[in-house]
Design a protein around this ligand. Structure first.
Ligand SMILES: [Zn+2]
Length: 331
């Protein structure tokens, strides 16, 4: 590839190519077969095609499939008794069937045309005189394939995260709408707080918000020691963040989005003002995991799931990758 680019450079030419994005561990069942504008392969194709210079998009081995026989293209289904799941030894479908993910890796390719500005200028016509002239040359890269791969990864991630949210956000309306303030601190409310801790410990979580158990009220419980230290038990009623500083990037998960983790940037230090189970107001400063838990649980009370932050992260990822590429003179 490098030699090809070097050769194009020497010839005053530019060169295109193909990038491939592979998404591992994609949940089966994302997307929809019933409506043309909800088919996930279509949405992926649109997103990847929208990247500058992409003139073709391929899912799986779609291009070569067109010149093969059916027996060479279908992915056979087998049953793996040990793993207790159906499997396919091949993935020519690229993880998508009927517009829906099938649990295999999602494979998307973008076909890039060569950049149009050439040092060895091509023929064009002068706007005024209509006579043939050579096209102007300002500056031009030779090949954008490595950089476009980064953009392709981000576009694929955006589409998959959106499909995920549509599927799982839609299953629980309570999780996607802002919860209401707590005004009654009676015996029933104390019972609810106790239930929350019980549910959280049973699931081995460090935090739980009331909307996660179907109660749309501004209540969350946190214990970053997962029951090891009784003093770490926190009840946050009507909490709000009154101060935040710094940045901390770490993996985050959620009991309502099982099996799915992603890196989210949160403040390093977070101070919350909240009421306890009796309605008394208190303030608390949290760092690292505790600060992260404050943000995550308050997000829940506002109808926000942590995966909604992933697009921002992907943007950050692109910026850092571009910076790295430009340092090496590849952007
Ligand atoms: Zn959560």
């Amino acid at each position: 590839m490098k030699a090809e680019v070097d050769q194009a450079l020497r010839a005053g030419d530019s060169v295109g190519g193909i990038f491939e994005v592979v998404a591992h561990n994609v949940v089966p069942g994302l997307g929809n077969h019933a409506q043309w504008d909800e088919k996930l392969d279509g949405l992926l194709a649109r997103a990847v095609m929208s990247i500058q210079a992409v003139k073709g998009v391929e899912i799986g081995s779609g291009v070569s499939n067109a010149t093969s026989y059916g027996s060479e293209v279908q992915d056979e289904i087998r049953y793996d008794a040990a793993a207790r799941r159906f499997q396919r030894p091949t993935n020519r479908a690229g993880g998508l069937e009927g517009g829906i993910t099938n649990g295999e890796d999602v494979v998307v390719r973008g076909y890039l045309k060569p950049i149009s500005t050439l040092r060895r200028a091509m023929e064009t016509a002068d706007l005024k005189t209509k006579t043939p002239v050579k096209a102007a040359y300002e500056r031009s890269d030779i090949c954008v394939v490595p950089a476009a791969g980064v953009a392709g990864e981000a576009m694929t991630a955006l589409v998959l995260a959106g499909a995920f949210l549509q599927k799982f956000g839609g299953d629980s309306i309570v999780l996607t709408r802002p919860a209401t303030r707590v005004t009654k601190f009676d015996a029933d409310f104390e019972t609810l707080c106790a239930d929350m801790f019980e549910s959280m410990y049973a699931a081995q979580g460090v935090g739980l918000a009331a909307p996660q158990i179907g109660k749309s009220v501004r209540l969350a419980v946190i214990d970053v020691t997962v029951g090891k230290n009784p003093e770490a038990k926190l009840v946050l009623v009507n909490p709000e963040i009154i101060h935040a500083e710094g940045e901390h990037r770490d993996e985050e998960g959620c009991l309502s989005v099982p099996g799915f983790r992603g890196a989210v940037i949160r403040p390093q230090f977070v101070t919350v003002r909240a009421q306890n189970a009796k309605g008394e107001t208190y303030e608390m400063r949290g760092e690292g995991l505790l600060g992260r838990a404050f943000c995550h649980e308050i997000d829940h009370l506002n109808g926000v799931l942590f995966i909604q932050h992933l697009s921002l992260i992907k943007r950050d990822l692109i910026k850092r990758k571009i910076r790295k590429l430009s340092k090496r003179g590849e952007w």
